[in-house]
Write a protein that binds this ligand. Structure first.
Ligand code: GLU
Length: 291
């Protein structure tokens, strides 16, 4: 096996896989096999409130039904909290994070009240309220209030300097992590945010190539920054198109968006689904019919 190529499929066990997941898994699987590399599986199960035990086995079963075998034991993020703590400690030691005590409601009110609230590409970002809390008050409040750790984006981006990443379809991209403001790294109710866990785990799994949907392009700017700050390697990226039906409508948004489980129970042919997805992210209804 080639040590220079490893990719992963990283579903959350919060529901059944649908065709969008199948396409992602297939792209990653086929790329790994073509390169003689590894295809890894990782369960992104930090959000314990939404995770259901039965979905781990269901996801594994549906991948096998499609004929996609992964290499090694799947990683579970719920078993990796120490690694996320260690990454956060690295950022704390460099004074790049601060505790945030705000509730969603308070953040929304602060944004409404301020004419100059900072904006990113998707609208207003965290206004930085808790960045200004004095050290002594911080200590006191940390002792008895719930808090999230946020990245001090301005300091972090300045320290990291200009960053780029490479994508098989999009080419060389300039990262603009500052568009996201002071992002959350650990939540009040969870020991890591999606972005922190992903960069820590991709490095731990030796992932050289991240293959996933275009809906995660914006998050890549944040993840490049975190990789740089944590001294982790820069992976290559391929953000593929999202799966649509015959008419070009995103399947996940369709009213009858079917899970692989539903298709399977209705007697669909996994080989026909895989063959259709290998041609591209548009799945003709004919490929979904029962045998
Ligand atoms: N867990 C994420 C999802 O299911 C994927 C994260 C990633 O590929 O980076 O959308």
């Amino acid at each position: 096996m080639s040590e220079s190529f490893a990719t992963r499929f990283a579903p959350s066990p919060t529901g059944f896989l649908h065709l969008g997941h199948a396409y992602s898994a297939l792209c990653a699987h086929d790329a790994a096999r073509a390169a003689g590399g590894r295809f890894l599986l990782r369960f992104e199960d930090i959000d314990q409130g939404r995770v259901r035990e039965e979905y781990y086995a269901a996801i594994e079963g549906d991948l096998r039904w499609l004929g996609l075998e992964w290499d090694g034991e799947p990683m579970r993020q719920s078993a990796r909290f120490e690694a996320y703590d260690a990454a956060l400690a690295q950022l704390r030691a460099r004074d790049l994070v601060y505790p945030c005590f705000c509730t969603r409601k308070e953040i929304a009110a602060e944004i409404r009240a301020s004419a100059s609230a900072p904006h990113g590409i998707d609208g207003p970002v965290y206004p930085g309220t808790c960045r200004a809390v004095a050290p002594a008050e911080r200590e006191a409040r940390m002792a008895d209030e719930a808090f999230a750790w946020r990245l001090d984006m301005e300091r972090a981006a300045e320290l990291a300097g200009p960053l780029q990443w490479s994508d098989r379809e999009l080419g060389r991209m300039k990262a603009h992590p500052e568009n996201h403001g002071d992002i959350v790294l650990t939540r009040k109710d969870a020991p890591a945010s999606y972005n922190l866990a992903v960069v820590v785990d991709d490095a731990a799994q030796g992932v050289t190539d991240i293959i996933r949907g275009k809906d995660l392009v914006a998050a890549t700017d944040i993840q490049r920054l975190l990789q740089e700050l944590l001294g982790l390697p820069e992976p290559r990226y391929w953000h593929h198109e999202l799966v649509t039906d015959d008419a070009g409508k995103r399947l996940a948004k369709r009213d009858d968006a079917r899970s692989l489980r539903t298709l399977r129970e209705a007697g669909a042919d996994p080989a026909a689904i895989v063959a259709a997805l290998r041609k591209g992210p548009q799945v003709p209804d004919a490929a979904l019919r029962s045998r």
